[in-house]
Design a protein around this ligand. Sequence first.
Ligand SMILES: Cc1cc2nc3c(=O)[nH]c(=O)nc-3n(C[C@H](O)[C@H](O)[C@H](O)COP(=O)(O)OP(=O)(O)OC[C@H]3O[C@@H](n4cnc5c(N)ncnc54)[C@H](O)[C@@H]3O)c2cc1C
Length: 431
Amino acid sequence: MKIAVIGAGFGGMSAAWDLIRAGHQVTIFEAADHTGGLASGFREPHWDWSVEHLYHHWFASDEHMLGLIEELGLSRKVFFPLPKTVVYHKGKFYPFDSILAALLYPGLRWGINKIRFGLVGLYLRLTKNWQALEKTTVDSWMHKWAGDKVYEEMWEPLIIGKFGEKHARAVNMAWMWARFHVRSTRLGTYQGGFQTFSNDFAAILSERGVGIQLSTPITAIQPLPEGGLSLTTPNGPQTFDQCLFTVSPGLLAKMAPDLPEDYLLGLLSLKSMGAIVLTVSIDRQFSPEGYYWYNMPKSAGFPFLSLVEHTNYVSSENFGGDHILYIGDYLEPDHEYFSLSKEELMGRFLPSLTRINPDFSIGWVKKTWLYRTAYAQPVPLVNHSQNIPDLKTPLPGLYFASMSQVYPWDRGTNFAVQVGRQAAQRMLSGD
Ligand SMILES: Cc1cc2nc3c(=O)[nH]c(=O)nc-3n(C[C@H](O)[C@H](O)[C@H](O)COP(=O)(O)OP(=O)(O)OC[C@H]3O[C@@H](n4cnc5c(N)ncnc54)[C@H](O)[C@@H]3O)c2cc1C
């Protein structure tokens, strides 16, 4: 078969890996001038490594990604440092990267609250029954089982941070379960950064015969009367027997209006958050304690959600001595941060860094980069499993594998690999 894959993120590339090895002719069309999608990165001339546009790492439990890397013969390049994660409480930051650290966290006083916190965590780690949990919201389940104090201190800030006030109380409890169930405190990355991995993967795909067409956005997908699909490329229409689409449900609905109305309505009913990240290179270490990840509750009044000092995770020597800070947030796609200029956002974000390190001065800043994406984090509502579009769309030959179909797990490159490969299997079997 002649197969098109739309999108050279890790979902599309993983599907292409299976499809080419099954003996088909595969072309990946990618709108950007690089592969890697949301996990891509960029590099300054004096850096040896790339920095991700949006902070990225793997968990030790990311079996689909780590398994793929092993198949590709690249495992020697993966390593797992143990960085320090901290949580804000009343003007100070406290470690939060082990069960002991969580128990010592002063936000919960010793007594019944700590016991409830521990028991809820243990239950969510052990139970496998996420199907029961998706029937209720995080908000109501946590209020009932963890109690008001534990929930409001420990988990509500996370859920508000990720989904905003608009969706925070509607997210289902299976989403929270998934975070407890599989995540590790060791965080993995690739020598050279995620973009280097993506480039290595793309090179292997090319060697196997996959055509990767960069800077080639597809604008329409149409079924042909004689079977197969026509893709509108900047160089004119091209026909394929099958096509895998790996971008957002909203874009699929726009590009393939011939899909039946109920499938289109299903795509359009899926909710998601956007994300913005301001990356800042500075001339010295920001966190004197060597902290990597700062969690900030929105209620503390910081104008962003996360502060991540990348070079407390991997060495600044990889970046010519520059220290790298990510300042990020998840937001509704119509939030004003999507229309403010980089300079305006710097004006909002950078002054508040002195609340964390009073010595910080704007004079430390060497360079800044801004990255924004409207499609960053699907919002799983109650009974979400019933609303997930099938990987095989009703248009013959058209398949769809995106972050919105990753469930009950939270989206991530590991699950992009899983869903991409599942789609490839469905395409191969025609099922
Ligand atoms: C802020 C943030 C932090 C994250 N942190 C982590 C993390 O720490 N660890 C982790 O594993 N995951 C993380 N993720 C999630 C991870 O980035 C995604 O789950 C994964 O990259 C999705 O891969 P994908 O292939 O499904 O989609 P994408 O990576 O979105 O790939 C889709 C591709 O399609 C291309 N495209 C778009 N339109 C067109 C068109 N018209 N024609 C052709 N091509 C097109 C895009 O340019 C893109 O390359 C994070 C995401 C965000 C937003």
